[in-house]
Design a protein around this ligand. Structure first.
Ligand SMILES: Nc1nc2c(c(=O)[nH]1)N[C@H]1C(S)=C(S)[C@@H](COP(=O)(O)O)O[C@H]1N2
Ligand SMILES: [Mo]
Length: 358
């Protein structure tokens, strides 16, 4: 582990052509060549809001004020220490070509923030689990395709990667806790995995499971949670064009804290649906019970579609906070993906009503 990280640290390219502002934090890495202009400006705005260009402001975003020693966080947050291994066998698949169909209405979230402010209860319930998550071992990693399928199979992750077509997509992400981000995911459409699986006609849902390993994932020692983490989708949802199985972010393999080596991304649903570090896809006739649904079904239901008009029982969902950006935005119905997904729920609304969104 230690040697791997040291190797990474040495191999980080230094781009000398970009002027570095004075008073830069230690994690500052010039990236203007690689970053679209809008994002670059947004980064400057973020740095300014964090006091980088002036006196340290009182308006530090909450995420850097969550208990971690700041210089230690800076050290650990730099891009050379995100658990990306130069020996990752999937490295050659990056960067994948961007699918230009999926455009954003806002700037991308800064990589440093998206990779250091996480929800991954297997490593603890705080947002600062990125260091602890480095103990996750990514190889060997097997993915089971099971249940109501023509031929159940267990695939080594790199064999699975060879059978699908990688692309990059820019999606919004909306956590049920009312924070949001915008991320460039690399991966492949869920429909490609369903095609590989060949579900039987009796299959109506797909149930996904996160790795269960209490040593690697010490959060799983917390007995009051129903481990392992489970999520589910209808087959129609899983084969919707937006449903994506992500293997990387920001043009690189997925950091462990973001759910390596394979995680779901369903951007019209609250973030807890986007299950991380998946080891099983089981096709079922019965609707699966999700992890959070089992913990607290009245607050975290199966459907969990983003809807500004259906408040969480303990807070409003009308607005959201983009990580690293000051101020709030209006929450969008289906997180702005209504054209792609509204038809999935047209018939269901009559019978399920508000429950569709919980
Ligand atoms: N296995 C697992 N998957 C998970 C979670 C988790 O705790 N465990 N948290 C979920 C929640 S609440 C959110 S918002 C997203 C966060 O993803 P990110 O850390 O990559 O932003 O992961 C989701 N997937
Ligand atoms: Mo979330």
């Amino acid at each position: 582990m230690k040697t791997g990280m040291q190797k990474n640290r040495r191999s980080v390219p230094v781009r000398k052509s970009v002027p570095v502002p004075t008073g830069k934090p230690r994690w500052w890495i010039p990236e203007s060549e690689a970053t679209p202009e809008a994002v670059w400006h947004d980064r400057r705005r973020l740095l300014r809001s964090m006091g980088v260009y002036g006196a340290l402001g009182a308006s530090l975003p909450a995420l850097v004020a969550c208990g971690e020693d700041e210089s230690q966080a800076a050290e650990n947050n730099s891009q050379n220490n995100l658990g990306l291994s130069s020996e990752d066998p999937s490295l050659a698949l990056y960067p994948a070509g961007r699918n230009e169909k999926y455009v954003l209405d806002r700037a991308l979230t800064e990589e440093r923030i998206a990779t250091t402010y996480n929800n991954f209860y297997e490593f603890g319930s705080s947002k600062s689990i990125h260091k602890r998550a480095q103990r996750l071992q990514l190889r060997p990693w097997e993915v089971a395709i099971e249940g109501l399928v023509e031929k159940p199979q267990v695939l080594a992750i790199d064999d699975l990667f060879r059978q699908v077509a990688f692309e990059e997509r820019l999606y919004r992400h909306r956590c049920v806790e009312a924070w949001a981000m915008a991320v460039p995911w690399t991966g492949f459409p869920f429909a490609q995995l369903v095609a590989l699986a060949k579900p039987l006609e009796s299959a109506r849902y797909v149930r996904m499971t996160t790795l269960l390993d209490r040593e690697m994932m010490p959060g799983q020692k917390a007995a009051w949670y129903p481990w392992p983490y489970v999520e589910g989708l209808t087959l129609e949802e899983a084969t919707n064009e937006l449903a994506f199985l992500a293997t990387g972010i920001y043009g690189k393999p997925m950091p462990k804290q973001n759910g390596a080596p394979l995680r779901l991304v369903v951007p019209w649903k609250y973030g807890f649906k986007s299950i991380k570090s998946i080891v099983s896809f089981e096709f079922t006739a019965e609707r699966p019970v999700s992890f959070w649904e089992e913990v607290q079904g009245a607050e975290y239901g199966f459907w969990a579609n983003v809807n500004p008009e259906v408040p969480h029982p303990r807070w409003s969902q009308a607005q959201e906070r983009m990580l690293g950006v000051e101020g709030k935005r209006e929450t969008l119905l289906y997180n702005g993906y209504e054209p792609e997904v509204a038809s999935l729920y047209a018939g269901l609304y009559e019978s399920e009503g508000d429950r569709l969104y919980r």
